[in-house]
Design a protein around this ligand. Structure first.
Ligand code: CTP
Length: 129
């Protein structure tokens, strides 16, 4: 049983989110997703998410490729989450390339290319305009 763990905000869910989750799931047998809390998102991105953490958790949990979800409360807890989930692989988008190499001592770290030309920020901007 290979367990894959990934993290993200997954606000205003879009196809780039779906694609990374599908690729992460394909690396193993079980995909667990840490969904950033509202507070963490404000600290990380300087804005409150459009959808609350409960709503974002519900949406991600409902996906066929996702087995489990939990709220990611702090970036500094990554190592604890990897251990608690018994993760074999940490999968992240390449906007984070190199940032999680330190966890290579307890799991394999994989970075996926981001899906081009889409992001939560871009979708919000498009709707605003
Ligand atoms: N992601 C991706 N391709 C995209 C957008 C996001 O592969 N076009 C990945 C990110 O690399 C990350 C995960 O999806 O691993 C969650 O990203 P998140 O920060 O929630 O989404 P963004 O669209 O990047 O949000 P924002 O615009 O707020 O930064």
């Amino acid at each position: 049983m290979t367990t894959v763990l990934t993290f993200g905000t997954f606000d205003v869910f879009h196809v780039g989110h779906l694609r990374i989750l599908e690729r992460a799931a394909a690396l193993g047998d079980r995909l667990i997703v840490g969904v950033s809390s509202d507070a963490l998102n404000i600290a990380k991105k300087g804005r409150a998410p459009v959808f609350s953490q409960e709503e974002r958790l519900c949406l991600v949990r409902a996906l066929r490729c996702v087995d489990e979800v939990f709220v990611e409360e702090a970036l500094e807890l990554k190592r604890d989450y990897l251990r608690q989930c018994r993760a074999d692989i940490l999968a992240m988008g390449d906007d984070w390339r190199g940032r999680f190499d330190e966890f290579g001592d307890i799991c394999r770290v994989v970075y996926f290319e981001r899906t081009p030309a889409i992001s939560t920020t871009a979708v919000i901007e498009k709707i605003r305009l």
